[in-house]
Design a binder for this molecule. Structure first.
Ligand SMILES: Cc1cc2nc3c(=O)[nH]c(=O)nc-3n(C[C@H](O)[C@H](O)[C@H](O)COP(=O)(O)OP(=O)(O)OC[C@H]3O[C@@H](n4cnc5c(N)ncnc54)[C@H](O)[C@@H]3O)c2cc1C
Ligand code: FES
Length: 279
């Protein structure tokens, strides 16, 4: 049955992997695209990247990090529950070519949607290095999954509990200097993608990033997701989500992401309050 949750796995206490039945979308979806999900009929729409695409089974893999009301409501669903609706596939696919040597950089939940992109890049003939980072070893995700197709997986943690002690950008710089790179793909928090782009700029390596501006309709109508790329206004939903990281106006993106902070905080307080009263 479409929209039904077939499997739920906790990756961390705030991060869940859901396998969802969505045969029509799974048939058409390509690496790098996303869906827009409504958890319930009254709920807002949230964009989520495709972490797995399985056309044979008719399923999608979605990773949900609990940050506000809707993602929390989603994470509270269980196997057998259904989402109200899933629209997609949205956006363009990542430009998959044989570039030669590719480095993938995944931060936070970004390591999961990197899976179909990295797999497609490997199948296109690239040598693939995956770099993942987290504050500490227990917060790392997707190391084993990325290892399924990567030639090497490099890890960094802020506290040095696993791999390089420090930032993913330090590992990336080292990798470019040691082995060279022809294409970089980064998915993660805007601040991480900004610094990935700044790291690769001096080496002039083509660098793509998967942007996560706030979205409302996901169809190019509302303008909420507008970003500035190379001095031109683009929509994250219909022109993206991938863009040339060297051309993105990062400060504008980050300031627009903070637009609804007060409203989001109030909505979360109302949600927590309702949960307490109902428990
Ligand atoms: C193309 C795209 C793909 C995405 N893929 C994933 C994914 O695979 N997994 C996942 O967990 N999240 C993903 N996100 C982010 C996800 O859509 C937001 O976390 C979600 O909309 C937050 O909704 P909420 O009601 O739970 O929180 P809200 O109360 O709306 O927001 C809570 C906090 O999250 C921040 N936030 C809100 N919207 C976004 C956003 N679009 N991007 C980043 N931060 C945001 C807010 O600034 C705030 O700090 C993606 C976003 C985009 C645009
Ligand atoms: S989300 Fe409305 S234009 Fe992109």
């Amino acid at each position: 049955m479409a929209n039904k949750i077939l499997k739920k796995q906790a990756l961390r206490s705030d991060l869940f992997f859901f396998t969802v039945a969505a045969p029509e979308i799974a048939k058409k979806a390509k690496a790098g695209q996303f869906v827009v999900v409504r958890v319930d009929e009254e709920g807002e729409r949230i964009p989520l990247s495709l972490a797995r695409i399985n056309p044979e089974e008719g399923t999608l893999g979605l990773v949900v990090q609990t940050v506000g009301v809707t993602s929390t409501k989603f994470s509270e669903l269980n196997e057998g529950d259904s989402l109200s609706d899933i629209a997609g596939p949205m956006g363009h696919q990542t430009p998959i070519e044989n570039y030669g040597r590719v480095v993938l950089v995944g931060g936070g939940f970004g390591a999961a949607p990197m899976y179909p992109i990295g797999k497609a890049l490997k199948e296109a003939g690239n040598t693939v290095t995956s770099v993942i980072g987290a504050r500490s070893a227990d917060l790392l995700i997707y190391e084993d999954e990325l290892a399924e197709f990567s030639d090497q997986v490099l890890v960094s943690t802020d506290d040095g509990s696993k791999g390089h002690k420090g930032l993913v950008t330090e590992v990336l710089k080292q990798e470019i200097e040691t082995n060279g790179a022809d294409f970089i793909m980064a998915i993660g928090p805007a601040i991480m993608m900004k610094f990935v782009a700044l790291t690769t700029k001096p080496y002039n390596v083509k660098t793509f990033v998967s942007l996560n501006p706030i979205m409302v309709d996901g169809t190019g109508m509302c303008g909420a997701c507008r970003v500035s790329v190379g001095g031109q206004t683009k929509f994250g939903c219909t022109d993206g989500p991938d863009f040339d990281g060297h051309l993105v106006d990062w400060d504008l993106l980050m300031s627009r992401q903070r637009t609804y902070l007060t409203e989001e905080k109030e909505a979360m307080e109302r949600h927590e309050c309702n949960c307490v009263h109902h428990s």
